[in-house]
Design a protein around this ligand. Structure first.
Ligand code: ADP
Ligand code: MG
Length: 252
């Protein structure tokens, strides 16, 4: 059974077909990258998958179950989780408090006044912080974290929902090379029970992590295949660089 199957997904904005009849299959345990030039439709496709945006046509299946008509919250309950882009919304809370809130919301619905339950939530939050490499940063207020650390925290928040499918939209955006390397290590170490679909501009990170790649161009799938097929594709090179340009796009 596939982890995620999209069939004929489309979404227009006015006359613009941002996502235009996309078929996408993500196998269980995959580290599947979605790449393509700016404006290709990657973020729109993500939003159709997570349900934060309604598709005009097509179908989304999560582990064989049709979720097309389900809300984003319902899809999340079924195991689909995405990185939240605005961890800083939690204002002056610490990293650990922020994760504890996500754990409590997912596991119990609200923060419990019972000390034992509070301890369990806090222990799970500490575990998640350790998993994303923030074990020593739990007491730091979110606004005081570095950009890279906030991105790591977003992954911890997504993992708090115990997802089977984790969606990351440009997790390395704005990261320094060192932060990016830390993120790669963290994503590489995630258990294989979690399938990962990620959009990323940093092609080094894409080819270090991905075992399958889908290239979007003008809202359509240009190519879907193994990283080596994508690297050597003339069509992909042209989509990125324009026809006739000869630069080396993917370094070995
Ligand atoms: P990518 O993530 O690949 O850069 P997007 O999915 O963000 O591309 O955008 C695809 C196209 O759809 C772009 O031309 C973008 O301007 C357009 N678009 C995205 N969201 C909206 C929206 N809410 N309203 C109008 N146009 C949009
Ligand atoms: Mg985008």
């Amino acid at each position: 059974m596939t982890a995620l199957r999209c069939t004929g997904l489309s979404r227009s904005f006015g006359a613009l077909r941002a996502v235009d009849g996309v078929d996408l299959t993500v196998e269980p345990g995959a580290r599947h990258a979605l790449i393509g030039p700016n404006g290709a439709g990657k973020s729109t496709l993500f939003r159709l998958v997570t349900g934060t945006l309604k598709a005009h046509t097509g179908r989304v299946e999560l582990a064989g179950r049709d979720v097309t008509r389900l809300s984003d919250v319902a899809r999340c309950r079924l195991g689909m989780s995405q990185t939240m882009q605005h961890a800083s919304l939690f204002g002056s809370m610490t990293a650990a408090e922020t994760v504890a809130l996500a754990v409590a919301r997912h596991d119990g619905g609200r923060i419990s006044p019972l000390p034992r339950r509070r301890c369990a939530v806090r222990a799970r939050a500490d575990e998640l912080l350790a998993e994303v490499g923030l074990a020593d940063r739990g007491d730091v207020p979110v606004p005081a974290l570095s950009h890279g650390e906030r991105k790591q925290l977003e992954v911890a928040l997504a993992l708090a929902c115990r997802p089977s499918l984790l969606l990351l939209d440009e997790p390395a955006a704005g990261m320094s090379p060192a932060e990016s390397a830390r993120l790669l290590a963290l994503l590489t170490a995630l258990p294989k029970e979690i399938t990962v679909l990620f959009v990323e501009h940093d092609l080094d990170l894409v080819f270090s992590l991905a075992d399958s790649v889908t290239v979007l161009h003008l809202g359509r799938v240009l190519l879907s295949g193994k990283p080596d097929e994508v690297r050597s594709s003339e069509a992909v090179r042209e989509a990125y660089l324009g026809a006739g340009r000869r630069e080396e796009l993917f370094l070995p």
